[in-house]
Design a protein around this ligand. Structure first.
Ligand code: AP5
Ligand code: MG
Ligand code: ZN
Length: 217
């Protein structure tokens, strides 16, 4: 299964990606996570990405396309993959089409998780992430069993630097301008699956799996 997860910041891409990757036994590739890891480790990529990521604007296409091209060429992607947060511009979408053509594979579906803006803001500003295992929580909608502590590994929870109100507004604007046109792009290719993201986490996953069932049979 080869999937992309579309949807605005806070739609639940990362949350759903975990369940989907487990279900299909495929790798979860999040460009946002790759950038955050590079920033933390102060690599050359991290130095390039930091200012954009902190400001809530997009890392330049050539940089982003380069890391995805390299990642998709690795052997663990042979069984399938789930791209979370890529592509995010039409240039990236065209580059992905090229990369897949070279690899002689195609996408099964583009899953578009839909959530309205006021709820997105509430989700983003209340998010907490585990420093150790990357698990995602929400202080109201999906609280950890113990405050500030990961229920899976006991790691410390932190708030992403770009999850403050001002930067979230910016990210949602960037999404509207740069990424929302991809919905139409994948609809035209006939692989778009729209999912209502403003439901319980398990229900969203069930809806995605039901929508994908049509691609498997
Ligand atoms: P990235 O890390 O991809 O951030 P994003 O797209 O803004 O998306 P988020 O991770 O914020 O949201 P999500 O949909 O994963 O939501 P989540 O599941 O966590 O990108 C960060 C930055 O990296 C970008 O700004 C850019 O600078 C750079 N970048 C990344 N990719 C790039 C690219 N391709 N090109 C250029 N630059 C790029 O859920 C959010 C919250 O809601 C959580 O608290 C969760 O617990 C809660 N929640 C989730 N689902 C539910 C539900 N059903 N009900 C209740 N609560 C829920
Ligand atoms: Mg995410
Ligand atoms: Zn953890």
């Amino acid at each position: 299964m080869r999937l992309i997860l579309l949807g605005p910041p806070g739609a639940g891409k990362g949350t759903q990606a975990q369940g989907l990757a487990d279900h299909f036994g495929i790798v979860h590739i999040s460009t946002g996570d790759m950038f955050r890891a590079a920033i933390k480790n102060e690599t050359a990529l991290g130095l390039q990405a930091k200012a954009f990521s902190d400001a809530g604007t997009l890392v330049p296409d050539d940089v982003t396309i380069g890391i995805v091209r390299e990642r998709l060429g690795q052997s663990d992607c042979h069984e399938g993959f789930l791209l979370d947060g890529f592509p995010r511009t039409l240039v990236q979408a065209e580059a992905l089409a090229e990369i897949l053509k070279e690899l002689e594979i195609s996408l099964n579906a583009a899953v578009n998780v839909q959530v309205d803006r006021p709820l997105l803001m509430a989700r983003l500003t209340g998010r907490r992430v585990c420093r150790q295992c990357g698990a995602t929580y929400h202080i109201v909608f999906n609280p950890p069993p113990q405050e500030d502590q990961c229920g899976k590994c006991g790691g410390e929870l932190y708030q992403r630097k770009d999850d403050n109100e001002e930067t979230c507004e910016k990210r949602l604007d960037v999404y509207q301008r740069e990424t929302a046109p991809l919905i139409e792009y994948y609809a035209r290719k006939g692989i778009l699956r729209n999912i209502q993201g403003d439901q319980e986490i398990d229900q969203v996953l069930a809806d995605i799996l039901a929508a994908l069932q049509r691609d498997l049979t």
